[in-house]
Design a protein around this ligand. Sequence first.
Ligand SMILES: [Fe+2]
Length: 303
Amino acid sequence: MKNISGLLITENNFSKHIIDIKIKNEVVLELIDLFKRFDLTAIEYKPFTRFTIAKYLDDLTKNELGKYLNNILRDRKLGCFIISPEKIIKEIDDIFLVKLSTAVTHLIGTPNHDSMAGKFYARFHVKHEDKSDSYLRKAYTNMDLHTDGTYVKEITDWLMMTKIEEKNVEGGESAMLHLDDWESCNELFNDPIGRENFHWSSPKSKNVNYKVEHPIFFEDENGLPQISYIDQFPEPKNMKQGLFLQKLSDALESSRNKAILKLPVGSSIVANNYFWLHGRKPFKENKKLSRELLRIRGSFFDA
Ligand SMILES: [Fe+2]
C-alpha cells in the first residue's frame, strides 16, 4: 500500500477496489488553522480560493495526495476512495467539512455547477418526512444503483459524497458496485439496445430544463464497459427500451457483489462515475431521523 506523509492508507474492508485514506490528526489540526483564512462565502464566490485551500492540503502531504487521488480514480481496478479525518475532534464542524471536501475535489478536477443548489456543491438533508420529487431525500425507499450526471450536459467524470452529520440513524448504508464485479455486466453491455440513444429528463427540483440523449453503455479507450444510468430519468421510447431498462434495473439490484458501506460522519466517498454505480439502502423508520450530506460532481482537469 502507498505510503504518504500525513496519511494512513489501507484497502477497504468491503471492497478491494476501494482505498481508505485517513488524514492524520496533526494534519487535520493544521488544516483547520489554514482554512480559517477564508470563510464559506469566499469559497463560494471566488473559485480561485478553492484551489488555494486544495494546495494547503496537498502541501501537507508533500504534494503527493493530488497525484495519488487522480491515479486511484483513473485506475480501472480501483476508481474509488474514502477520505476522512483520522479522528473526529470537536474542532471539526460542518464548515470545515465543506472546506475539506472542496479541497479534495480541487485536487481532482473542476466541479460542475449544481443546479439543485445553485453553486458548485449541494448540501441537503434526509429526514423522516419528505415531499420532494425524487428518491434523493426519501429515507425509507431504496435508492437504486445509478451514476450521476445522466440528465445533464456537463461532463461528470467523478462524484463526491460527504456525510456532514447524522442523528438517530439506523440503516441508510451506501451501496457501491464496480462494473467489473457485476454478474450481468457482459450480457447487458453486449446487448445492442444498451448502445441505442435513450432520452433522459429530470423532475422540477433538479432545475434542469432540457433533455439529453445518450446510450446507457459505452466503451473506454481499452474497450471496457462504462455506464451512464439512473432508474428514474430515462424515457423509454418503445417496448424494447422499456424492457431493457427493467432487465438492467433488476440485474443491478439483485447483484450479490455490492459493497454495503457504513460511512462515518466526516467521511467523503469519491468515485469514478463511469465504472462505479452508487445507491443507498433504506433507513429504519425514526421520526427524529436526520442525515446531512454534501455532494460535488465534476470533470477531471484534463478532460
Ligand atoms: Fe447519485
